[in-house]
Design a protein around this ligand. Structure first.
Ligand code: MTE
Length: 360
């Protein structure tokens, strides 16, 4: 993929592998994120896949290994889900302000998007292969080849079998009613709603049922939450990230904006992982001393989608810090500062999102 597929306003972190995110003002405007504003997160160049020659192999702890063409995959009943996809590194730039992370992409709060995905439920393919009694994890391997220290390898990751059997987990071939774009995994990608984006493997070509999680680098060594004191090579105290935490972000106004005095409309997104719901969103105009409840305008009835919210604030002349926090259906809310959630890989930052504006 390259810039041609994305809007000119896109913030590009790297050309190849292509890593890019939209500006927040654009992102917050629509419930379904159009392709040109959907972030891209890649660890290698996007492979070009010939759909005629494409095969999906299902193997490991199964009753019978399968080798499926694209038509075979499409032969199962089609299912749809509106789901948010969010990179575990979303909002890393705020963690980097706390302490540096050399070599890590400084994602702002746009490494997220909400789409209508359509495809074959993964569970149907797994049931067709027959799930072995000892299978506890379902591993995915993509066709893109990452350059590692000791040679090339394919991107991969895994999810627990229990999650893989959820009807929401898809082998998706459409995004927002159109065939998947090459950069988003054409012809087939996994979509794991409620989990960090890293498990939604693009260009998926192999599915393996296993006793243990995938030993792919991106499951075993990266996308792990490590204790603050650990080095990135010391994985002993960490765990592989799965479900995302409750989070909320202000998309409008954007940081540094100058606004006229009076009523200001504040808009943004909120997400709850693991199928939990966003119950309410609070907005503060005084850095978190007092709060007003925002209106949840879209998404509340879709367990895997984000919720878009809106609030009006009356702002006097001067500088203001607008802050947002959300509560999910398990009564969990967000920590107030990025320092509280700082971790060596820079993942899962769900601290209060803060935007500084000038009024007058
Ligand atoms: N799948 C493959 N094959 N290669 C990748 O680099 N990146 C993962 C995931 N699946 C990746 C992948 C990560 S970290 C994220 S956040 C999402 O894809 C990003 O999906 P998108 O580029 O379609 O937005």
């Amino acid at each position: 993929m390259n810039l041609i597929d994305k809007h000119p306003s896109t913030i590009v972190h790297g050309e190849d592998p292509f890593n890019a995110e939209p500006t927040l003002g654009r992102l917050g405007r629509s419930f379904l994120t159009p392709g040109e504003f959907f972030y891209a997160r890649n660890h290698a160049s996007a492979p070009e896949v010939d759909p005629e020659r494409y095969r999906l192999v299902v193997s490991g702890l199964v009753g019978e290994s399968l080798e499926l063409s694209l038509d075979d995959v499409r032969g199962f009943a089609k299912s749809e889900v509106t789901a948010v996809l969010q990179c575990a590194g979303n909002r890393r730039d705020e963690l980097i302000e706390v302490a540096s992370m050399p070599g890590e992409t400084p994602w702002k709060a746009g490494a997220i998007g909400n789409a209508r995905w359509a495809g074959t439920p993964l569970r149907e393919v797994l049931l067709a292969a027959g799930i072995g009694d000892e299978a506890r994890h379902v591993a995915f391997v993509g066709l893109d080849e990452v350059e590692g220290e000791s040679g090339g390898f394919n991107y991969g990751g895994s999810i627990p079998t229990e999650k893989a059997l959820g009807p929401e987990v898809l082998l998706a071939y459409e995004m927002n009613g159109e065939p998947l774009a090459p950069g988003h995994g054409f012809p087939l990608r996994v979509v794991v709603p409620g989990y960090i984006g890293a498990r939604s493997v693009k260009w998926v070509s192999r599915i393996e049922l296993r006793r243990t999680p995938s030993d792919n680098h991106y499951q075993a060594n990266e996308y792990r939450l490590l204790p603050p004191g650990a080095g990135t090579n010391d994985l002993s105290g960490g765990f592989a990230l799965g479900e995302t935490p409750v989070n909320a972000v202000i998309c409008e106004p954007e940081s540094g904006e100058t606004l006229p005095m009076g009523s200001v409309t504040v808009r943004g997104y909120a997400t709850a992982g693991g199928g939990r719901r966003i119950e309410w969103v609070d907005v503060s105009a005084d850095g978190g001393k007092s709060w007003v409840q925002a209106e949840l305008v879209e998404g509340r009835d879709e367990p895997w989608a984000w919720s878009l919210w809106e609030a009006s604030l009356d702002l006097e002349q001067g500088k203001h810090e607008i802050v947002v926090r959300a509560f999910d259906s398990s009564a969990v809310t967000q920590p107030s500062t990025a320092a509280e959630v700082w971790n060596p890989g820079g993942y899962a930052n769900n601290s209060w999102h803060r935007v500084g504006v000038n009024v007058g």
